[in-house]
Design a protein around this ligand. Structure first.
Ligand code: C5P
Length: 295
């Protein structure tokens, strides 16, 4: 059998997320801090004959492998871009929670672009890959960089920042899926928001720091009102005394930030509330940036 290539892409959380306003194109203008965390999806690929695309998902049936799957959409976007249809057999190992605001589908899309660019020896300019990524979803371009990044626009314009010092994260994944489009549609916005610069002041330094008292997620209230299980999980995390806690993206995952992995592990033991709990580290860019390798 031909050798396979593999790419591992880690999940993200949003350490801060401001909705600045609604844009004429219907999307929302954001200012957010993306941060990679140690929970990975794995995509493995083998070349196949022209026009053939197979996608197997593990665990089987966790997400569909039809035309809406972001890996399938990434393959089709590449086919359109290059005007031919090289084949692929793909196996996607899902570990990032589905519908959890941790960018699982977006991570898979970025992984597919990176893996297939190498497997099919396309060597597309990185600006073309980033454009395809942004068309696939607002979060997808972030996953090319990983680490700590500022996201603006729909979230697709990404500025990589230096790594934060290590932090431990308690993640709680309530057993409920939250639709991003639904959360944004329930937002009641006032006039275009003036940005609170306190949280950004420290992140552009060469040893970035976040002013946790100014960090927030403008989607938190809507998610907690609409999905009470998320509110319950967030209360449970808050009782653990984190430096900061909120929902990730549009939920359903909630997280608490602790000064170390040890502190997060100690907190995990006393969590009382709904959902699956995990302790992870934040990842610096060297560990987080995905690369397609033989294996
Ligand atoms: O870009 P993505 O496909 O991830 O977005 C999913 C949905 O979330 C969009 O269709 C839109 O309704 C909403 N959204 C938004 N503003 C953003 C990002 C997403 O309104 N910046």
């Amino acid at each position: 059998m031909t050798d396979s290539l593999v790419v591992r892409v880690p999940a993200k959380i949003n350490l801060h997320l401001e909705v600045v306003g609604r844009r004429p194109d219907g999307f929302h203008e954001l200012r957010t801090l993306f941060q990679s965390v140690g929970l990975w999806d794995t995509l493995r690929g083998w070349p196949a004959e022209e026009g053939r695309l197979e996608l197997e998902i593990e665990p089987h049936g966790l997400v569909g492998n039809g035309p809406d799957n972001l890996v399938v959409r990434a393959v089709r976007a590449l086919w359109r871009e290059i005007g031919r249809r090289p084949g692929a057999r793909l196996r996607l190992g899902k570990n990032i929670p589905v519908g959890g605001g941790m960018g699982g589908g977006s991570a898979d899309a970025a992984g597919a672009l990176i893996l297939l660019d190498r497997m099919w020896a396309l060597d597309l300019p990185s600006s073309n890959l980033r454009r395809l990524a942004a068309e696939l979803g607002s979060d997808v371009p972030f996953f090319f960089h990983g680490g700590l990044c500022l996201g603006v626009g729909r979230g697709e314009e990404v500025l990589p920042l230096d790594d934060l010092p290590s932090l431990g994260i308690v993640l709680v994944v309530p057993h409920v899926e939250v639709s991003t489009a639904e959360v944004f549609s329930r937002l009641r916005l006032g006039p275009w928001k003036r940005m609170d610069d306190r949280v950004y002041a420290g992140v552009v330094d060469s040893t970035p720091e976040i002013e946790w008292s100014a960090a927030c997620n403008d989607l938190e209230r809507v998610v907690c009102e609409g999905w009470p299980l998320v509110a319950e999980a967030l209360e449970g995390v808050r009782r653990l005394g984190p430096l900061f806690s909120t929902v990730s993206g549009s939920g359903a995952t909630v997280f608490g930030v602790f000064e170390s992995l040890d502190a997060a592990s100690r907190a995990e033991c006393v969590y009382e509330g709904p959902g699956r709990i995990e302790v992870v580290e934040i990842l610096g860019r060297t560990r987080a940036r995905p690369e397609a390798v033989a294996g």
